[in-house]
Design a protein around this ligand. Sequence first.
Ligand code: NAD
Length: 247
Amino acid sequence: MNDIKKWIAETNKIVIFTGAGISTESGIPDFRSPGGIWTKMQPIMFQDFLSSEASQIESWKRKFVIDKDMKVAKPNIGHIAISKLYSKNKISYILTQNIDNLHHDSGIPDNKIIELHGNSTYAKCLNCNKRYELSYIKEFLEKKDNNYSTAPKCIECNGIIKSATISFGQPMPIKEMQIAEKSSIECDLFIVIGSSLKVYPAAGLPILAKKNGAKLIIINRETTELDSISDRVLNKEIGVTLDKLFY
Ligand code: NAD
């Protein structure tokens, strides 16, 4: 902890990289912990979503179940500690794999949060990018004469509407990846918080940072495949740890 505190004190070019683990203390389950979402259901691949209306409907059903946790979630002491460090002008960017909006809710400006896997609080037409609110989608699916039998289509171009998240098999957002790569190359300290580091290309960013001279820190309850290349690993609970490190 002392070494990490010293490295934080020495630079204002820190990149924070977060995964589902930072939000478990807000009541949102992660994917790979025991009891996590992938232990209960298989992910729907992007190609299947595109080619099958049944997959689209199944995906909306799952989304509205997961949303029950997400809707009521509030930033926890881990998110707040990061926003505290941000307010000390220490952080260049927060790169997040999360889709829950909790870094925004903790008060960090939108342009400093790079959402690598999108945002689940709204939906978009995959063809023309028109934004749709989730209340509209839910109402459409739950209409008496529909009752989850047809998936919503764009009112402008009849394109497929999807939650504004990135699914397995879906291309990564270009602008976000460019900023993420540049900031990883340029930072002095890259801190991974609450990620199993199993999902690529996002998990390639800590490797990129390390190769370009940054110190790499991993804070995660379980071991990860990148522990061996990191400068320090803290297998600890995130909230209390960040509260001690970032204040
Ligand atoms: P993951 O589920 O693969 O890994 C989460 C890691 O966090 C695990 O290794 C676990 O041990 C650790 N962890 C959980 N709670 C912790 C705590 N309180 N303290 C310390 N460690 C803790 O998640 P990932 O690496 O982010 O990859 C999964 C994908 O799932 C991401 O792409 C993300 O988009 C998505 N996801 C997002 C959310 C969200 O937005 N909150 C939730 C679930 C999944």
